[in-house]
Structure formats: C-alpha cells, structure tokens
Design a protein around this ligand. Structure first.
Ligand SMILES: CC(C)(COP(=O)(O)OP(=O)(O)OC[C@H]1O[C@@H](n2cnc3c(N)ncnc32)[C@H](O)[C@@H]1OP(=O)(O)O)[C@@H](O)C(=O)NCCC(=O)NCCS
Ligand SMILES: CCCCCCCCCC(=O)O
Length: 186
C-alpha cells in the first residue's frame, strides 16, 4: 500500500498507562451521540472497542447493506469513518481529548457486504499537541475472511482542551447519556 505519509523522526511513543484496561477489556464510547461509537445515535455505526496489546486498540464493524457504496461492497466513507473512530479511540491512552486533523486511507481490496471487519490502531508517536496514529483492517468473518490487510489508515489527531466543544453545546440535541458535555474528556 502506498500514500504520502511521513512520520517526524523526533516523536515520543507513549507507554501503556495504568488506567488503560488489560488486553481484551472494554473501552468506553467517547460521546454517546457519536455517529461512530455512540449508543444514543440510532443511525450510527455503533462500533465497540477493546484494549489490545501494548497501546493498541481493536474494534469491529459488520458491513450492513445500508453501508453499501459500489454494488455489494462497503462505501469508502463508511470505512473512513470506522478508521477515524478507531484511531481516535487509540488516543485514549493519552488520557486527554483529541480531534481529527488529517486522515488518509488506502483502500486495498473490495470489502463485501456481510463481512466482519476488525480494525487495529495505535499511536505511532506524539510531538507537541500532534498525535500520529495508524491502523489497518482485516476481514475476520464472512466469505472473504483472510489474514490479508484490506485497508490501512494514517491519521493526525490534535490534543485539545476540554473547552474546545463549549461553543458547540447549544447544538447538542437532547441529553447525552455519557459523558457529560461540559466537563467531558471527549
Ligand atoms: C484540528 C484543530 C483543533 C487544529 O487547530 P489548532 O488547535 O488551532 O492547532 P494549530 O493550528 O495551532 O496546529 C497545531 C499543530 O498541528 C498542525 N496541524 C493542525 N492541523 C493540521 C492538519 N490538518 N494537517 C497537518 N498538520 C496540522 C499544525 O501545523 C501545528 O503543528 P506544529 O506543532 O508542528 O506547529 C482545528 O483545525 C479544528 O478544530 N479542526 C476541526 C477538527 C474536527 O472537527 N475534526 C473532526 C471531528 S473530531
Ligand atoms: C481521546 C478521546 C477519543 C476521541 C475520539 C475522537 C474521534 C472522533 C472522530 C470524528 O468525529 O471525526
């Protein structure tokens, strides 16, 4: 797979913090109304995540018919959303909120409807407020299941202060179940 992503050579790589769950342990949704992970967002993709080895996280997505782009295959934007979410969740090891600044995807193989995708993501390193992440996806269930990587992603996330979202509070619809918006860690 290709791409134009270049990592700075002076990155710091975080170590797994004490507050992070053991491998296989559940990670929380970051915002209950999130399209990617929220359980209060009925039309979303409701991804769930677990801690993996080291500072890696894992998430799964079953490719439903409503995620269709080309005939019989996943829409590229949905796949991008799943990477965005997984890489954002990988930033939880930092214990501070982030937003996506830049994301680039390599679509390596068509992904048929009905596939179960597994995403793995981690922080490659940080410098100042910049958090460099990477991820890959494999089809782990379904007729096309194999060990082959079907898509990869690189993403730059930016650490933000919790008050980053304060001006947006008036646009929140309804009452989120978690976390509270005002003092959220996102
Ligand atoms: C991402 C965002 C917070 C950055 O703005 P900011 O806090 O003012 O950050 P700055 O412009 O000071 O940039 C900080 C660093 O990140 C880098 N950076 C910021 N955005 C970048 C981008 N899109 N691509 C590459 N680098 C970027 C800057 O070059 C700077 O690098 P440096 O430390 O080497 O100088 C702002 O652009 C934003 O809010 N964007 C919308 C985010 C969003 O809604 N994402 C989707 C939902 S999570
Ligand atoms: C570190 C807390 C987790 C933040 C996850 C952010 C993912 C947002 C993706 C997006 O909205 O584009």
């Amino acid at each position: 797979m290709s791409g134009t992503w270049t990592l700075p050579d002076d990155l710091e790589v975080p170590i797994r913090p004490d507050f992070f769950p053991a491998p296989g342990g559940d990670l929380p949704q970051h915002w209950s109304k999130c399209f990617g992970c929220g359980d209060d967002q009925p039309t979303g993709i409701a991804m769930r995540f677990t801690a993996a080895e080291g500072i890696e996280v894992a998430g799964r997505l079953t490719v439903e018919s409503r995620y269709q782009g080309g005939p019989g295959v996943i829409h590229g934007g949905i796949l991008t959303t799943a990477f965005d979410e997984t890489q954002g969740i990988a930033c939880m090891v930092l214990g501070s909120p982030v937003v996506t600044g830049h994301l680039q995807i390599d679509f390596a193989r068509p992904i048929p409807l009905g596939s179960v995708l597994e995403f793995r993501a981690r922080i490659d390193g940080t410098i100042r407020r910049k958090v460099y992440t990477s991820a890959e996806a494999r089809i782990v269930e379904g007729p096309a299941a194999s060990d082959e990587v079907v898509a990869t992603s690189r993403g730059l996330f930016l650490r933000i202060k919790p008050e980053h979202f304060t001006p947006m509070a008036e646009f929140v619809d309804g009452v989120p179940t978690m976390p509270s918006f005002g003092n959220s860690t996102l």
